[in-house]
Design a binder for this molecule. Structure first.
Ligand code: GRF
Length: 214
């Protein structure tokens, strides 16, 4: 088989999306492999990478002596991605806003998963529990998840895949999150595979999904 797409996964949390990506790769569902996992805090994602035997890099955002500014930190991230010849960067619960330099270096080659239907309930501060609580507080009847390309505006990049999830009468932020997360686990590997097959064409805000080559 032709040389596989090398993924760099950025994670700050439990790493269940990372796990879904690694599982899909191990099951032969992806023309891609996780080349490196980069985390900015000690987190479950690092442990999952370790268990799967995937190289991981810890760039400690709290180490202000080493990374006194966001630019210095992101330069270290960029270096780690380039060292592994990463072709697609996947944010999977990564909780840091990036510098324009890092975003531009992977323009059209960086994805994120967001646990709501963008453009609603996205942007600065809309992370984790806060997203689902905001959906409930607004009284929405549906939520869902979005896989999108990353651009400089937080959660503003062109949308690749979305799926709706109904809000149930007695939902809490926790129960809603728990129903959305497995859908992210399904969609993220699909988006990666579409990218690996060269089937995602960005046209302005729209991402066209091209038919599979015969
Ligand atoms: C996911 O819901 C993702 O959309 C959000 O944070 C959660 C990360 O979960 N950004 P995990 O770390 O992949 O388990």
């Amino acid at each position: 088989m032709a040389h596989k797409l090398r993924l760099g996964v950025l994670a700050s949390g439990g790493g269940s999306n990372l796990q879904a990506i690694m599982n899909a790769a191990a099951a032969g569902q992806l023309d891609a492999e996780v080349a490196t996992v980069i985390s900015d805090v000690e987190c479950g994602a690092q442990e999952r990478a370790r268990r799967a035997g995937v190289p991981s890099v810890f760039i400690n955002r709290r180490d202000k002596a080493r990374y006194p500014a966001r630019e210095v930190f992101d330069d270290a991230v960029l270096e780690a991605l380039q060292a592994q010849e990463v072709g697609l960067v996947c944010h999977a619960g990564y909780l840091r806003i990036m510098t324009p330099k890092l975003v531009q270096a992977y323009e059209g080659r960086m994805m994120n998963t967001h646990p709501a239907l963008l453009p609603s309930f996205g942007g600065y501060g809309m992370i984790g529990h806060h997203v689902h609580q905001a959906v409930l507080d607004y009284g929405c009847k549906v939520s869902g998840c979005t896989i999108h390309f990353v651009t400089e505006g937080t959660d503003e990049g062109p949308i690749i895949l979305q799926r709706a999830v109904p809000v149930e009468e007695d939902d809490t932020a926790e129960t809603l999150a728990a129903r959305i997360l497995p859908i992210e686990h399904e969609l993220y590997p699909q988006a990666i595979q579409l990218f690996a097959e060269g089937r995602l064409r960005i046209e302005g805000r729209r991402v066209r999904i091209l038919p599979k080559a015969e």
